[in-house]
Design a protein around this ligand. Structure first.
Ligand code: MSP
Length: 477
């Protein structure tokens, strides 16, 4: 039977509207899912919003709204942004949806049955921004290093999950490649964390304190810990509570790829598989971990006023160009810096001149010499060059080399430019027709390779070849 794939993004907190950081991870997952689907693989692409916890309740209160009202509003904004960015997800999960709540409760019931939960008095330092406990060592001058706020000192009786005895199994899953972690730095970090050892995971919170969440089954005084609730989205949305067949197909039998940022590695590489091992459910197969980017050398932050929203880029460059510009900045997995001026430069060089120019040159040559490009005729040497680039492109893309696979497309564009300059087909020499047909073949292949990245422009190139449309692909800025 053909392998199916479940592709997921993190589900985003609704305390902020979508920004370029969220867009980056989502875009990578979208390109990956489109690529698989183009290859006729069975793939399901999941994204959504994470809506419970103290952080969300606090901000809703600040805005004078009920938590649910506030979540509805921001969740809609995520959906709208993904539509504007041509993100083609198959399902959008919200942790305030009923099927999700049912799944969380069912999951806890299973853990109880398997004797994986116990109660314990706990004291710790809790950062609301991170929605997690921090150790003294992690603090900087008594503050959370990420949120620059003092953690709360908490002492409460919570439910704990027995994850400690699952750590050796997780280690062996990673070592044997049954649980793949890309890139290497992330894998090393996971080994480091496993080496240090971890305490059992607290999975509930006192309802007196956290007022917005799913009630802990069998104990009205507790709510489910927001991260525990959130991770279950990956199975709640594929039928865990209510649709056995769907769950079999998209979780149990699928190759599950979680796209995440490096900030949430511990939750996905350790807590999530540990939760599943406790419940005796299949664990995920792959983590694809992206680096973080800064804007003009600084962390994106509302206080600094340097937050880039996808909309800002789409208005200036258009959707497909925005998708290209975001993914062609630096390799997946690495940290990088974004400069608006570089976006404009790259737009003109790679899209308006590079790709756009090549397509219009080839189409004009064909038109002037009355050559029908719908026909495919190509010389072996040209076909081989395309094949070589295409093979590299596929190898890169399946291994999360978005940046590298785009480079392969642009190598092909430059190859065509050089070929035109060398053969000078505008001089209508004996072999001009052959040259133009070769170029027609190349731009058809380029448009196919572009499809997961720039779906609209890829279609436009094909329409132009079919003579249905003749407009410049990208206007120079
Ligand atoms: N709600 C949790 C995830 C739960 S998943 C079960 C969460 N949400 S978040 O809204 O804070 O989103 C974090 C994710 O956004 C990161 O892991 C990363 O994928 C993406 N990014 C946020 N800022 C980013 C950058 N500056 N650069 C790259 N990716 C960034 O954590």
């Amino acid at each position: 039977m053909q392998k199916s794939y479940l592709i997921t993004t993190p589900i985003y907190y609704v305390n902020d509207e979508p920004h370029l950081g969220h867009a980056f991870t989502t875009l990578c997952a979208d390109v990956y899912s489109r690529f698989l689907k183009i290859q006729r693989k069975d793939a399901f692409f999941l994204t959504g919003t994470d809506e419970h916890g103290m952080k969300i309740a606090e901000i809703a209160k600040e805005k004078g709204k009920s938590p649910k009202e506030f979540c509805d509003e921001i969740s809609e904004k995520f959906k709208k942004t993904w539509k504007e960015l041509s993100i083609e997800y198959d399902f959008f999960v919200r942790t305030t949806d009923k099927y999700h709540e049912l799944a969380v409760k069912k999951f806890i019931e299973i853990l109880k049955e398997k004797n994986q939960i116990y109660q314990k008095e706990y004291e710790g330092l809790y950062c609301v921004g991170c929605e997690k406990f921090l150790t003294e060592k992690e603090l900087e001058n008594g503050l959370c290093p990420h949120h620059k706020r003092a953690p709360l000192k908490l002492r409460e009786k919570n439910y704990f999950l027995k994850i400690q005895d699952k750590l050796p199994k997780i280690k062996s899953l990673v070592e044997t490649g049954k649980f793949k972690i890309f890139p290497e730095f992330a894998k090393k970090e996971v080994f480091g964390l496993l080496e240090q050892g971890l305490e059992d995971l607290s999975i509930s919170r006192d309802k007196e304190r956290v007022k917005w969440g799913i009630e802990f089954p069998g104990d009205k005084s507790q709510l489910v810990y927001v991260w525990f609730d959130a991770l279950i989205n990956y199975i709640s949305s594929v039928g865990f509570a209510r649709n056995k067949k769907k769950f079999e197909r998209w979780w149990q039998k699928s190759f599950v790829v979680h796209f995440i940022g490096k900030d949430i590695l511990k939750f996905h590489a350790i807590f999530w598989p540990a939760m599943l091992l406790c419940a005796k459910i299949k664990t995920p197969n792959q983590l694809a971990v992206n680096g973080f980017f800064t804007v003009e050398g600084q962390k994106m932050s509302k206080t600094l006023g340097n937050v880039i929203r996808p909309k800002d880029l789409i208005e200036r460059f258009g959707v497909d160009a925005t998708r290209y510009l975001i993914l062609s900045q630096f390799p997946f997995g690495e940290d990088g810096d974004i400069k608006m001026s570089k976006f404009a430069e790259k737009y003109n060089a790679d899209l308006a001149f590079g790709l756009g120019n090549l397509v219009s040159r080839v189409l004009n040559l064909a038109k002037k010499q009355n050559i029908n490009l719908k026909k495919t005729l190509v010389q072996k040497s040209i076909e081989n060059e395309v094949k070589r680039r295409k093979n590299n492109y596929q190898k890169f893309l399946i291994n999360f080399g978005f940046y590298e696979s785009l480079k392969e497309i642009w190598h092909l564009i430059h190859f065509c430019d050089k070929y035109i300059d060398k053969e000078k087909p505008w001089e209508k020499r004996e072999n001009s027709k052959k040259v133009i047909l070769n170029l027609g073949y190349c731009i058809k292949e380029i448009s196919k390779m572009l499809s997961p990245f720039c779906p609209q422009k890829s279609k436009e190139i094909q329409e132009q070849i079919q003579e249905k449309k003749l407009e410049p692909l990208f206007k120079k800025l």
